[in-house]
Each structure stands twice: as C-alpha cells, then as structure tokens.
Ligand binder design. Structure first.
Ligand SMILES: [Zn+2]
Ligand SMILES: [Zn+2]
Length: 203
C-alpha cells in the first residue's frame, strides 16, 4: 500500500498546504484519537488540547474535527508535540505525547540541505534531493510503530465547558465590535484590548 497516497494524509496536506514530517506526526496522532475515541467531531463531541502550534496541529484539525474555530481545540503553549483528547459523552481522556524517536537515515544530510535552502543557497538539484528526503522522512514516520512515536496514556480531566457564544460591545475608540468578555472599561466606556492599551495612558 502506498502510505503517501492514503486518504487521511491527502486531506491533511490539502488543509496544511504541504507534505512534511510534522504533518505526518499529526496524522498519526489523529489516527490514534479516532480509533480510540471515535469521531471526527462534527460539533464539539471531541475536545483536543494541543501543547504545541507546529505543523502537526493542522493534521489534527483537518482529521479529528477538533478545530480552533469551533472552540474544541484548546491551545497550551508548552512547546511539546502532545495532545489530550476528551470525549464529552463519557469523559474518557487520552494524552498522546511524542517521545524521542530514532533518527531516520539521512538525517544529517537533511539538516544540511534544509539549512542551505533556508539560506537561499540550494541548487535545483539540492532542492529535488531535499524533496526526496522529505518524502522519505514522512514515510518513516507513517511506518514507525506507534510506541516508538508516542506515549499514550488514559487521563482523567474535567470536560471543558462548551464554547459559548458571547455578546459583542462596540469599542468606543475604533468602533469595532469586541466580544464582551474581552472588552475593557475606561471611564465606564467599553474598549477593545489594543485601544485600551493605547488609551490607558491618557487617563
Ligand atoms: Zn508543515
Ligand atoms: Zn478598539
């Protein structure tokens, strides 16, 4: 089977814009979450807490239905490729955390070529080489046994409250609507956060 042609990976790439090892990690995370907890979430039946904002999050959003816009993807800025999924129906929680994994073949070469590319010094041939190594790394991640990629643990967490729809107030300075819970008051008038920060010194 051609792992690179799998339907879920294609959907993730369509959402993310490119194929990369980080995205492949997210696909593996999503596969575990969907297998263990069901989904994808049409509404908020599944909630995800992401501890990173790297490429993997886009695969998780595209495949599990836990998205920033629906409010069932919460972000904790810990810089760890780790996700906790909670199923609202029964409160079952699963934390899927990346573990140090064996380095794939050609790792040093890949790092060197990437550095060249980022410095704008890569030749067409080196670009093609990097593309090929990138595909190999993606394939490597797709084929690595789950236990070499992640630590998966059952967790007990309070089920996060559903995303609430808030009223808006109109900012006294810029005239733009601002969610009531984010509005600031100055002299009894509502302000959005950037205007509040600008105007505060005038008071
Ligand atoms: Zn990426
Ligand atoms: Zn404003």
């Amino acid at each position: 089977m051609d792992e690179l042609a799998s339907a879920d990976l294609s959907r993730a790439v369509a959402f993310h814009g490119h194929l990369c090892p980080g995205l492949a990690i997210g696909v593996r995370v999503a596969r575990i979450a969907l297998r263990e907890l069901g989904g994808p979430a049409a509404d908020e039946e599944l909630v995800a807490i992401a501890e990173c904002d790297n490429c993997s999050v886009d695969a998780v959003q595209a495949l599990t239905g836990c998205t920033f816009g629906k409010g069932n993807l919460l972000f904790r800025d810990y810089g760890k490729t780790a996700y906790t999924f909670i199923r609202r129906a029964d409160g079952r929680g699963l934390r899927i955390a990346s573990v140090p994994r064996p380095r794939p073949e050609g790792d040093a070469e890949y790092a060197e070529l990437r550095a060249k590319l980022e410095a704008g010094m890569a030749t067409a041939e080196e670009r093609a080489q990097l593309e090929e190594l990138n595909r190999k790394r993606v394939l490597y991640i797709l084929q690595l046994p789950e236990e070499q990629l992640f630590r998966v643990q059952e967790v007990q967490l309070p089920v996060p409250a559903p995303a609430a729809i808030r009223r808006s107030l109109v900012c006294s300075e810029c005239g733009e609507p601002v969610m009531e819970t984010r509005a600031r008051l100055l002299g009894g008038q509502p302000y959005c956060i950037p205007c509040f920060e600008k105007c505060e010194s005038r008071w």
